[in-house]
Design a protein around this ligand. Structure first.
Ligand SMILES: [Zn+2]
Length: 97
């Protein structure tokens, strides 16, 4: 199993991130179907891509591992990683794809 990264995807505050309400609604659909979701956001100060390691929980603010900046996720938007733990392959997908 390779360590999946976002190297092939554009980084930045636009593109990967979507409005929090929209993302949270999509995440709820995944969670309701047995998936685990992990919120992802981009630090607005240094551009670091962060994944919050608390499953099925979404935050309006997040602190950066690199610079300590608190990002207002309600302004920057976010995305999430969806994991279906019940599947044999332990499939991980980016959502929306
Ligand atoms: Zn940062």
């Amino acid at each position: 199993m390779s360590d999946k990264t976002n190297q092939d995807l554009p980084e930045g505050l636009s593109g990967e991130n979507h409005p929090l309400e929209t993302v949270a609604a999509s995440a709820k659909t995944v969670a309701d179907s047995g998936g685990w979701v992990y919120q992802k956001f981009t630090c607005e100060a240094c551009g670091n891509r962060l994944t919050i390691d608390v499953k099925n929980t979404f935050y309006t603010k997040g602190s950066c591992d690199q610079c300590g900046h608190i990002t207002d996720i309600t302004k920057t938007g976010c995305n999430f990683l969806a994991v279906w733990p019940l599947t044999e392959k332990g499939m991980e997908v980016e959502w929306p794809v």
